[in-house]
Design a protein around this ligand. Structure first.
Ligand code: DC
Length: 231
């Protein structure tokens, strides 16, 4: 059957990766979590002391970029793809609030974006793919057959992220999580290079009041229509 590219963009913690994974599993497409790639580069920058609370040495990070190699490998137990940084599985480390605090400044650096966008385009080339991020429908795959732009209230998104962090055993305050969500929204949507914005031909869905099942059915139907060439 005809395979398409599906771009899922939107604000942080809108559930992009949940719906993208559901769709990819159902359609038997490749799923790519581009946020994980920016998070892995952020971890690299933190471990090499290029970024901390007090400073961000952009030039050092740019110079070190050729030494950063990212790949996704399937975890044989869970069946889920996990990100590897220079051959090391960093999936358990990249979702912390610390990484979330530094990732948006890292994602403003054009050299970082160029490297990751090239890799993302190569991963999606010639196959059915569901990719989630901030600039998939605008920059990575501007010709994607289906573009979804997810949104939800900041409060609802912070609650979701807070529950996730607490479930993973991180000791965090809700107010810090909300502040981080709002800060990232601001940096992501005002940066010069590839700011977060809805592509003109994207379908916007506000899922503040939607359950996962309803959302899945709505978006799956859109995908089926595009695959069949109905719209
Ligand atoms: O989806 P996420 O929350 O894991 O993404 C982490 C950060 O990475 C997000 O705040 C902005 C950046 N990002 C980006 O700039 N472009 C993408 N395609 C994906 C993520």
């Amino acid at each position: 059957m005809h395979k398409i590219t599906i771009a899922i963009d939107g604000y942080s913690s809108t559930g992009k990766s949940t719906i993208a994974k559901q769709l990819a599993d159902w359609l038997d497409y490749v799923y790519v979590d581009t946020g994980a790639m920016y998070r892995a580069v952020t971890l690299y920058a933190m471990e090499n002391r290029f970024i901390s609370e007090a400073h961000f040495d952009k030039q050092a990070l740019i110079q070190a970029l050729p030494n950063v190699s990212l790949s996704f490998k399937k975890n044989s137990e869970t069946g889920k793809a996990e990100i590897h940084l220079n051959g090391r599985n960093v999936e358990p480390l990249i979702r912390s609030l610390k990484v979330s605090e530094y990732v948006s400044p890292i994602a403003t650096v054009p050299e970082v974006r160029k490297k990751l966008v090239e890799q993302q385009q190569a991963m999606g080339e010639g196959q059915g793919v569901v990719m989630d991020g901030r600039d998939i429908g605008t920059v990575v795959f501007p010709k994607a057959a289906l573009k979804i732009f997810l949104n939800a209230s900041a409060d609802e998104r912070a609650k979701r992220r807070y529950r996730e962090l607490v479930e993973r055993g991180e000791l965090v305050a809700y107010t810090d999580v909300l502040a981080n969500v709002m800060e990232r929204d601001h940096i992501d949507s005002t940066r010069k290079d590839s700011p977060l914005k809805k592509a003109e031909d994207a379908i916007e869905i506000d899922n503040s009041e939607m359950n996962l099942e309803d959302q899945f059915h709505v978006i799956l139907q859109l995908a089926k229509d595009r695959i069949a060439g109905r719209v």
